[in-house]
Design a protein around this ligand. Structure first.
Ligand code: F0G
Length: 469
């Protein structure tokens, strides 16, 4: 009789699955199935990860911390350093541009502005393409290579497309991005062009582009890299891990993020939940999501929600009423029908957080305040500080509580917005010729317009003096 061969233990990827987020359905699919919603019921999918359960969770902390100084590409990435918590094999073809490892700043002026004793800002704009999308794209493009995809595609308000273009190029895949024509910032459009993506400008808004991407996603040659793809969420959830390391594992009372298509909030919610499951944290921070007033379908739903019934995230409404013609100068979050709203809503409810909206003026002034803290960010990111100010006023956040906000994009992503704000020329929508809809000019509280000065020493010194008082 031959000796029985010992069966190899199933790998991390073999133990993980794509699970339908609809509790009533709960179908499970293999990681290699190229699906983005449940084929049975149409709901979104989530990766059910095989998480480590060490007898002493602090061994995980120590092993992650040890990798911070590693020069190995996999360990030096702020995503792949947390491989223990991700659904990939040891020898996966990891795609990386050294994403993650983004700083956490103290922001004293913004804290005072919000009515807080302290405020910390984790700046995801310090990623390789200047936005938080890179952590998710590292994971999605790795999975695209594993799944032998040819063309990676996304709909975008500009940042996903820039990130996809860069990471697809790095992974050796063709990239095609669908953008709402004339509605994204020049900097973001330029990035997609420069990284070599095929840029398809669509006459419509982001929601139209997203619908089209879901339609063409059926084609076997296409790999959809929007945050509806659950592997994107896996990469983005690592932000929660990195944040916890940076705050020395003291769980903040509140974590605040902007909300657009709701991938980021879903990902942070999943990240914190998994840290709780593994035993690395003992409670969840309250997760708050902030939308722009003119593009706030989830904040609207949240305001009318029966909180008692929905507490814990189990009894949530089946449908969300989309905003048909979303409007905001924070173009990154100009989204009326967010695809991951249910995941985000559940995460917020589980944590005891809020979903609210803020006005264009609040966003613009908050953004300038973040600039005055020498940090800066793009407009969508500033919804956080505007939202925190509101949540302090409404008593949901207390003066001395510990608050971390996630800034999602770099200030240089949208210079046009900044120059207009500081010159008093920022306005929402052109005025109708018949005067029925006036354009709304935003009179910024912290304007800092450039001054034209004569080319003489005297004129310059006089000007400096005038500004000294
Ligand atoms: N902040 C920035 C700078 C963004 O680019 C986005 C989304 C968000 C916040 C909202 O995050 O969608 O995960 O809720 N930008 C997407 C894009 C839609 O195409 O770049 P979300």
């Amino acid at each position: 009789m031959g000796q029985k061969l010992a069966k190899a233990a199933p790998s991390q990827a073999e133990k993980s699955a794509q699970r339908c987020t609809n509790f009533a359905c709960g179908s499970s699919y293999g990681l290699l199935e190229r699906i983005y919603v449940c084929p049975r019921c149409g709901e979104t999918l989530e990766i059910e990860c095989s998480l480590p359960h060490p007898s002493d969770p602090s061994t995980l902390r120590r092993s992650w911390a040890a990798k911070v100084t590693s020069k190995l590409p996999r360990d030096a990435s702020g995503v792949w350093r947390y491989h223990d918590m991700l659904p990939f094999e040891e020898n996966a073809p990891f795609v990386t541009l050294f994403e993650g490892n983004t700083p956490v700043f103290h922001a004293p002026r913004s804290a005072k502005y919000c009515g807080l004793s302290d405020l910390r800002l984790k700046h995801q704009g310090y990623n390789p393409t200047g936005s938080f999308k890179d952590t998710g794209m590292a994971a999605a493009m790795t999975q695209a290579v594993i799944a032998r995809a040819r063309t990676a595609v996304c709909a975008s308000t500009g940042n996903t497309s820039a990130s996809l273009a860069a990471y697809a190029a790095r992974a050796g895949l063709q990239a095609a991005v669908l953008l709402p024509r004339g509605q994204i910032s020049a900097g973001k459009l330029a990035q997609s062009l420069d990284y070599g993506a095929l840029v398809l400008e669509i006459d419509g808004n982001f929601d139209d582009c997203m619908r089209l991407v879901q339609e063409i996603g059926d084609d076997p040659s296409i790999y959809v890299a929007n945050s509806i793809n659950p592997f994107r969420i896996e990469g983005q959830k690592t932000v929660a891990f990195e944040m916890m390391e940076q705050v020395m594992w003291q769980v903040p009372d509140h974590v605040v993020v902007p909300g657009g298509n709701m991938g980021n909030s879903s990902a942070l919610g999943k990240g914190f939940q998994e840290l709780l499951e593994v035993g690395l944290i003992k409670r969840l921070p309250k997760l708050h999501v902030i939308q722009a007033e003119g593009a706030a379908p989830l904040a609207r739903l949240f305001a009318t929600l029966d909180r008692g019934k929905a507490a814990g995230g189990e009894n949530i409404p089946e449908t969300l009423t989309p905003v048909k013609d979303p409007q905001t100068l924070a173009t990154a979050i100009k989204i009326g029908a967010p695809v991951s709203w249910k995941k985000a809503l559940r995460a917020v409810l589980r944590s005891g957080g809020q979903i609210i909206s803020v006005s264009e003026k609040e966003i613009a002034d908050a953004k300038a305040m973040i600039g005055l803290d020498s940090i800066g960010c793009e407009p969508a990111s500033a919804t956080t500080v505007a939202g925190i100010k509101r949540l302090v006023t409404s008593g949901h956040i207390k003066h001395r509580e510990d608050v971390v906000a996630v800034l999602t994009g770099h200030a240089l992503k949208d210079t046009d917005y900044m120059i207009k704000y500081h010159s008093g020329a920022l306005s929402l929508g052109p005025a109708a010729k018949d005067g029925s809809t006036p354009s709304q000019t935003i009179s910024g509280a912290f304007q800092n317009a450039p001054e034209r000065v004569a080319a003489t020493k005297t004129a310059i010194l006089k000007c400096l003096d005038r500004h000294r008082s």
